[in-house]
Design a protein around this ligand. Sequence first.
Ligand SMILES: O=C(O)CCC(=O)C(=O)O
Ligand SMILES: [Fe+2]
Length: 209
Amino acid sequence: MDDSALPLFGDGDGRASGVDETFGTAHRVRLDAHSWVEHVPGWLLGADADELFRDLLAGADWQQRSRWMYGTRLEEPRLTAEHPDLDGAPEALRHMARALTAHYGVAYDRLWINLYRTHRDSTGWHGDGASARRRECIVPVLSLGAPRRFLVRPTQGGPSRTFRPLAGDLIVMGGRCQVDWRHSVPKDAGPSGPRISVNFAASSQSRPD
Ligand SMILES: O=C(O)CCC(=O)C(=O)O
Ligand SMILES: [Fe+2]
């Protein structure tokens, strides 16, 4: 049997997705002396990005999370599926975590996945404070599905920079990005289909240095 037909979910050894292990398209943008964002267009090859998107949309354990803000419990305008232990994640995502670990030298061992159902779903300005507590962290985020803007701006305020990751692209935040900078996925004006982001995290980075 051609193992490309194996599903990403299930207990089989799903086919490792076709990521560019050379990171040949990576383009690093220096934000300041200590922080950078790397955009890796087409890191996950087109057909695999489409297949992974469809499988995650249909098969991930989507949860509605809420948080307290200004004394009120607000539902987050997106859905999230957590894999606190990489062993429980689909093989395609485990393979990606290994490729990221080999390239960036950080042991990615957990991940969470966000679903932006329409252009109205979003993530407000934040740093990944719980999962990235070291002064310097490397935080990769894979985009799937519809394109959305990914913004970064200084924590102290100032103009934002806009990245436009397409399906299969990686956005990697590095250096002091989680402290000195904030990131967000704002709502879009026009209609857009669903977007999924896969956020790779490392226990080693969640412990302050
Ligand atoms: O969806 C994205 O591209 C980023 C999501 C994010 O920053 C987060 O979940 O912490
Ligand atoms: Fe984040």
